[in-house]
Design a binder for this molecule. Structure first.
Ligand code: MLT
Length: 407
């Protein structure tokens, strides 16, 4: 008899963003004339930078020619892209990362979801609340948690991010082995300072723990004093892995390209003793289960690191940050407390009421899709997240409609 992985039965009925899509579609079907503005899932709306488009076209042409055609690429990604990443995103900022520590992939969602499988199932994990649901759900699937009750899974150390701690979780009071952190934070938009991040790195070193650092939104950081990478922090190379994505940096949500940095000095331990290279384990996993990102996509991603590509990608970030600024200003003017939107494309709003009720109200009265904070965890209850990813005109219209709906 074929049997299921019963850990899946512990999961909530559907993935957060699928549930939002379902509710939105249902509402649209019932109200076909209603114009809906989507500020829910962080999905970009602006086209790829011109430099990426040109590189993409050139690479497709190469695939059409016997002399330049390419079959399977290296599992870890092409050297040309890994070299550009290591140099521009890390070495130029004083962070010690080499090209052979970079793993190119088709998305940070896949990498953050898959990485847990190289670690033991009975380790103690620390997960922020609120959190990007992939971090939690993939550990539920793997059997690292007990069942769900009263808004929480058992056997997890939740790292609460609340107004009281400025949305930066305190260090755990107990021993944990795997720690998930994300800054600029999804969903709250909060950012972490160098000294706060140093405290996490020191904690991980003292406890032989590992930090999974999701920096998918680093390109939104405007404040020059904030760290963009955990590898700017002393000692991090021993205890941290970092996830980055071109999705929000350069409009690649539909094109798919991201990368993960696994330092060669990063170790994890076996029951019977002995330190093992996390880099080697991840390489083994990727070379077994993943066959690299397509050549044209990697060439398109490489173009982000050219002078013109960087300027064009920066213009995209500025565009979305202008949206974010407007959203935060308008929502605050309505008397709601907000976090984020300054170094992040997300604005985290204290809705002063049940998250899903607030979501329904914005959808029904304003025709605006948001994301209910409760979908990110118990500490998100009462909040909603508004994303800055849309056209400026739509954001203006959404704010006008929200003003009318709430006043
Ligand atoms: C989000 O809206 O939180 C993200 O866009 C989801 C994702 O990147 O998978």
């Amino acid at each position: 008899m074929i049997r299921i992985n019963e850990n899946y039965l512990k999961l909530q009925a559907s993935y957060l963003f699928s549930e939002i899509r379902r509710r939105t579609d249902e509402f649209q079907e019932a109200n076909p004339d209603k114009d809906i503005i989507k500020l829910g899932i962080g999905d970009v709306t602006r086209p790829l930078p011109q430099a990426c488009i040109e590189a993409f076209h050139r690479a497709v042409d190469e695939m059409a020619d016997d002399a330049t055609f390419r079959g399977y690429g290296p599992e870890q990604g092409y050297e040309f892209l890994r070299e550009a990443i290591a140099r521009v995103d890390f070495q130029d900022r004083g962070a010690d990362v080499s090209p052979n520590e970079v793993f190119v992939s088709d998305g940070a969602k896949c990498d953050t979801g898959n990485i847990q499988e190289i670690f033991a199932t009975d380790i103690n994990i620390a997960i922020p609340d609120p959190v990007y649901p992939v971090d939690l759900d993939t550990n539920v699937m793997a059997g690292r948690t007990a069942s769900f009750s009263d808004g929480r899974y058992g056997d997890i150390t939740y790292l609460e991010s609340t107004r009281e701690n400025g949305f930066i979780p305190d260090l755990p009071g107990e021993n944990v082995d795997l720690i998930y952190l994300c800054f600029p934070n999804n969903p709250t938009g909060a950012t972490i300072t160098e000294s706060q991040l140093q405290a996490w790195v020191d904690f991980a070193r003292e406890n032989k723990a590992l930090i999974l650092y999701d920096a998918a939104y680093e390109s939104f950081i405007q404040d020059p004093n904030l760290p963009k990478s955990i590898f700017e922090i002393e000692g991090a190379r021993e205890v941290a892995i970092e996830f980055r994505s071109f999705s929000k940096t350069a409009g690649f949500t539909g094109t798919r390209c991201a990368y993960t940095v696994v330092p060669k000095s990063c170790m994890a331990y076996a029951d019977k003793g002995g330190a093992h290279s996390v880099h080697d384990l991840w390489f083994r996993r990727q070379s077994t289960k993943f066959n690299a990102v397509s050549y044209p996509v990697q060439r398109a991603a490489e173009a982000i690191f050219s002078e013109e590509g960087r300027a064009q990608a920066m213009a995209l970030i500025d565009y979305y940050l202008k949206n974010a600024k407007l959203i935060r200003k308008e929502i605050e003017a309505l008397g709601y407390e907000c976090v984020g939107g300054e170094n992040s494309p997300y604005i985290w709003i204290d809705g002063k009421t049940d998250s899903w009720k607030f979501f329904d109200l914005l959808l029904e009265k304003a025709g605006v899709v948001s994301t209910p904070g409760a979908g990110f965890g118990k500490c998100g209850e009462g909040y909603i997240r508004i994303s800055a990813f849309n056209n400026y005109e739509n954001v203006q219209l959404a704010m006008q409609r929200i003003r009318q709906a709430l006043s």
